[in-house]
Design a protein around this ligand. Sequence first.
Ligand code: ADP
Ligand code: MG
Length: 274
Amino acid sequence: GASVAGRYTVQRKLGSGSFATVYLVLDSKSKSDEDRKVLKRILVGELKGDETVSSAKEAQLLSSLEHPAIVHFYCSFVELDSFCIATEYCEGGDLDNRIRDRWGTGRLFSERQVLEWLIQILLGVQYLHERLILHRDLKTKNIFLKNGMIKIGDFGVSRILSGSLDYATTFTGTPHYMSPEIFTCSSYDTKSDIWSLGCVLYEMGALTRAFDNQSWVKLVHQIVQGPSPTLPDCFSSELNAILQRMLDKDPTKRPSATETLKTPFIEENVKSLA
Ligand code: ADP
Ligand code: MG
């Protein structure tokens, strides 16, 4: 296949969005066990000098992150008109696809499965938040599976390129997971990630989005003023209570990742899953 940066051989295309294309590549400089990587290529046009510098700093920070629930970030570089990011490959694909696979079957995931995923995601988010790193784009499409284990990915892009690209270019995502405070006072902190995580929890249980509407205006109204959805009846009241706290309209009332992991119900399950 084609070669990128004289180092990566493209095996196949995994997908593409409006500005990025994602490839499965072989890294010729890597040792045999982890030679398969993902290369994300983002069309950016020309970056200015100072933007290149801040990108390099940010890339250094991201590559220093090591956690079992975080997609490992190897490196980033500029080639021609594109910004490229090399990350760990997750052969299980993303959670959005796992959820869609269930649509035709009428079967929900078990509480145990949802809890196992939730706990792994919380551990990854806790790791980021302890380092004052915000994900900013938590959604089922950005949560991957590798050997049956959760790996949170795709937070490098918005971090590295924020400031280099205008909002319309950076924001290619969906508003479905955005917290009320983003719309009411355009503020974002760790609790906004927790809101998005609540939306992901609901989706793992119900297989549909927590907030969904064809109309942007109605969707935002639902997020800011509408009631929070509850999990289907087969899930425990304890899990549903956690969901309700994560989806509190007031960010200060939402639990942190650490606090959520410390609720007795989650702690019991961490023990039984270990
Ligand atoms: P989106 O997230 O909007 O689907 P992306 O450009 O982020 O678009 O990803 C395109 C495709 O590549 C998706 O199907 C996604 O699941 C897949 N993908 C992205 N990163 C990885 C990864 N690290 N491992 C495996 N698949 C990935
Ligand atoms: Mg993605």
